[in-house]
Ligand binder design. Structure first.
Ligand code: UD1
Length: 356
């Protein structure tokens, strides 16, 4: 049983689902954490993910509400379906609910993207990661750093270095979208604009940080295209800074875009400014320099090799970093070979086995 709910999980589940279904029966459960068409269905359609067997329709809420509303029906479903294994992805409340419901029923949990740490417990995602990892029987790590983080916490059994499933998806999708068409539909020229995304609670829910980011994005030499996450749109309006975004031609806020469109925008950009973990990696996959709008990152290797710079929500630091986007000569394969998903499946088979 695979449990997904939020946008990045659809992207991660796509290749794993394909690999799983070659040899197993997969029951796909959508918690309903993300429910807007542009945040959910469009990804299923574009990435060829099978329609979820069950949608719990949980929607938005506080962390406690959202997680609790997932736990109750998940437990019921697990009792009814009795799966051999539950597969959870990343670090959202859907990950935590899946891992918690399954482990309490002694159903083995496999965590895809295990071992990531920001070492900032104020991030809801950090709590979700730490708890999910410690509840998991199979810990599927994208990087050696993730394996090291788990070892430091005494977690060694069931730990497997498989590479990053997001690279599988990125390679699968490349070539399926025409970059030139996408850029011209937005009136953009290759290499002549920057791409921005902001959605982390730490940035969006702080007036000071969100305002500083918006000010930075309106002070750059190149025009910026910004697909705005619904959480961010809500907070821009709440803080009264919405007008500054839409009114400026050099910072273009657009509604959330599909995965293929996002990849095209990314590949054509001179640089990316983001607080998303996934975007930091995707920028690296396609050799696009990245400025991370956070004080730390889980994807430390992108910073170590010089393709990613941490600028926090500091206006001057963001402007300075965006003004000297560097494309280092060295671009090692930090995230594997794009065949992580089949390794995920073999690792699950090895550690969990399946009933005859
Ligand atoms: C969640 C994850 C985050 C992940 C992100 C990807 C948690 C704790 N956070 O954050 O790790 O990077 O997804 O996008 O699980 N909303 C809509 N429509 C939607 C979904 C959300 O309008 O389809 C709005 C609602 O106002 C909601 C807010 O966005 O309250 C936040 O949504 P939520 O699912 O709580 O968290 P994300 O910020 O999306």
């Amino acid at each position: 049983m695979s449990i997904v709910g939020a946008r990045p999980q659809f992207i991660k589940a796509a290749p794993v689902s394909r690999a799983l279904r070659e040899r197993h029966v997969e029951l796909l459960v959508h918690t309903g954490q993300h429910y807007d068409h542009a945040m959910s269905e469009v990804f299923f359609e574009e990435l060829g993910i099978p329609k979820p067997d069950v949608n719990l329709g949980v929607g938005s809420g506080s962390h406690g509400e959202q997680t609790a509303e997932m736990l109750v029906p998940l437990e019921k479903l697990l009792l009814e379906e009795s799966p051999d294994c539950v597969v959870v992805y990343g670090d959202t409340n859907s990950t935590l609910a899946g891992a918690l419901a399954a482990s309490k029923l002694d159903v083995p949990v496999a965590h895809v993207e295990a071992g990531l740490r920001s070492f900032d417990r104020r991030m809801p995602e950090e709590i979700n990661r730490v708890v999910s990892d410690h509840l998991s029987r199979v810990l599927l790590c994208p990087t050696p750093a993730a394996v090291g983080n788990l070892r430091a916490e005494g977690v060694v059994d069931g730990v497997e270095l498989v590479g990053d499933v997001m690279l599988d998806t990125a390679l699968y999708q490349t070539g399926r979208t025409d970059t030139t068409d996408v850029l011209s539909s937005f009136g953009l020229a290759p290499g002549a604009y920057l791409l921005a995304t902001v959605h982390r609670a730490g940035n969006t829910d702080s007036r000071e940080r969100l305002t500083a980011i918006v000010e930075a994005l309106t002070s750059l030499d190149l025009p910026v295209i910004w697909p705005v996450h619904p959480r961010t749109a809500k907070m821009l309006a709440a803080f009264g800074v919405e007008d500054r975004v839409v009114a400026r031609g050099d910072l273009r806020a657009v509604t959330p875009v599909s995965y293929g469109v996002m990849l095209a925008l990314l590949r054509g950009a001179a640089g990316v400014l983001t607080d998303s973990g996934g975007m930091q990696k995707e920028a690296y996959f396609f050799s696009v320099p990245c400025v991370t709008l956070r004080d730390e990152t889980e994807w430390v290797e992108t910073v170590e090799v010089g393709w990613n710079v941490l600028a926090g929500a500091d206006r001057a630091a963001i402007v300075a970093a965006a003004g000297r986007l560097d494309r280092p000569d060295r671009h090692p394969d930090l995230y594997g070979d794009g065949h992580a998903a089949p390794r995920v499946v073999t690792a699950i088979e090895r550690h969990v086995g399946t009933r005859a």
